[in-house]
Ligand binder design. Structure first.
Ligand code: THU
Length: 137
């Protein structure tokens, strides 16, 4: 996996963010073990609660196309006209969606300010003792 390339893809996705209410634009790029990359941006709604985060958009995009075996996701976010980005951590709902489709100790979450400034965490670190499919037997 090439972190800078995945981050570039997340930045590309971020340009498609629909965020007229918060003005906070987020992009995500999700990579599978066989090297496919699926993009997502946050998509807001006038009724607010239907809003979908970039990470979930990427997962739903990938799963709806038949993808599985997820290896890593790069996330970039911040005010849409910001000159520089800060790290943008996934919300709890998105962490739970990752838990559904990923191996927590292996799945890498790359939080990036730019293609050269980033940190890598596992899902297990971001969501300790997560409730996943195995819990239901
Ligand atoms: N958002 C994401 O897309 N991902 C995150 O990791 C944090 C928050 C979106 C949701 C909403 O459209 C906006 O950012 C402000 O919360």
């Amino acid at each position: 996996m090439n972190y800078p390339v995945l981050i570039e893809k997340a930045l590309e996705a971020r340009r498609r963010s629909y965020c007229p209410y918060s003005g906070f634009a987020v992009g995500a790029a999700l990579e599978t073990a066989d090297g496919r990359i699926f993009l997502g941006c946050n998509i807001e709604n006038a009724a607010f609660t239907p809003t979908n985060c970039a990470e979930r958009t990427a997962f739903f995009n990938a799963v709806s196309r038949g993808a599985s075996g997820f290896k890593a996701i790069a996330v970039v976010g911040g005010p849409k006209d910001a000159a520089e980005l800060d790290f943008c951590a996934p919300c709890g709902v998105c962490r739970q969606v990752m838990e559904e489709f990923c191996v927590p100790d292996d799945f890498q979450v790359i939080l990036a300010k730019s293609p050269s400034v980033y940190k890598v965490l596992t899902l297990a670190k971001l969501l300790p003792m997560g409730f996943g499919p195995a819990a239901l037997g």
